[in-house]
Design a protein around this ligand. Structure first.
Ligand SMILES: Nc1ncnc2c1ncn2[C@@H]1O[C@H](COP(=O)(O)OP(=O)(O)OP(=O)(O)O)[C@@H](O)[C@H]1O
Ligand SMILES: [Mg+2]
Length: 254
């Protein structure tokens, strides 16, 4: 499958301008200005509580923002209603916990939203669903229920389910953190393949190998701010801020 890596209007695929977000008194996103071009892979790093998940959830409008604008493919995110459902369908999200529907088979998990939201026919959704399950290497698991799959297989099913909506952007929030170590690589391999095919991706992860190999940029967050935005090479070999140096010294030696 080839994804079209160009936006319809030359705008960045994701654009956040002066985005602020509070939880009560807590200022969790502070004047975020972030652009991700079509086909780019941005890895977001940062200590616990720095705002990485909130950033993802804001892009997908799972979390309302207080100020600023977020655009996907040149179109501002609407606050609610039908347009929001459509725009949200353009942004696929994969979480740490796989969030599959427990009482649906793997194939049903992948076909449900395309039929309901995209109004695909069942036959088309199943054809596309099988293509995607094949792509993530679990076509033979189609009739099983999520609990019958390994964690790695479930996460690959979750990726296939997100892709079934033909999103323009894929957000990953620590997709391998809940996996047993031997299953991490199979999920990273699927993500690397997606990146190679030109998908625009924003990935929160602690997998530094993936960041080095697959990312075009690393954004380092601390206390709700994007403190550094650099190429992986630049970031890992010469981080500029003390906070990034401190963070790297902790994760690279643990
Ligand atoms: N629903 C919420 N209500 C109140 N505070 C919240 C809520 N969600 C997150 N926070 C707070 O916002 C801050 C940012 O949280 P966030 O989950 O975005 O961090 P994170 O960088 O993803 O951390 P981690 O690496 O632990 O996943 C934290 O201080 C957190 O406690
Ligand atoms: Mg988080």
């Amino acid at each position: 499958m080839t994804e079209d890596a160009s936006t319809s209007n030359g705008a960045p695929m994701i654009r956040m301008v002066h985005v602020d977000k509070h939880f009560g008194e807590l200022h969790v996103l502070k004047d975020i200005n972030l652009e991700v071009d079509a086909g780019q892979v941005v890895v977001v790093l940062g200590p616990s509580g720095s705002g990485k998940s909130t950033l993802c959830r804001a892009i997908n409008r799972l979390e309302p923002i207080d100020n600023g604008t977020i655009e996907i493919d040149g179109k501002p995110l609407p606050a609610e209603g039908r347009d929001l459902a459509r725009l949200r369908a353009d942004v696929g999200m994969v979480f740490q916990s796989f969030n599959l529907f427990a009482h649906k088979t793997i194939l049903e998990n992948v076909t449900l939203a395309p039929v309901k939201v995209r109004r695909s026919s069942k036959a088309d959704a199943e054809e596309r669903g099988m293509e995607l399950l094949g792509r993530v290497g679990i076509a033979n698991q189609r009739d099983k229920y999520p609990a019958q799959l390994s964690g790695g297989q479930q996460q690959r099913a979750a990726i296939a389910r997100a892709l079934a909506m033909r999103p323009k952007v894929m957000l990953f929030d620590e997709p391998t953190s809940a996996l047993d170590p031997e299953m991490v690589q199979e999920v990273l391999d699927v993500m690397t393949g997606l990146a190679r095919d030109g998908m625009t991706m924003l990935v929160v992860t602690h997998e530094m190998g993936f960041a080095r190999r697959a990312a075009n940029r690393v954004c380092f967050m601390a206390d709700g701010e994007v403190v550094e935005d650099a190429s992986p090479d630049e970031f890992f070999t010469s981080p500029r801020s003390e906070r990034a140096k401190d963070f790297l010294s902790k994760i690279l030696t643990h």
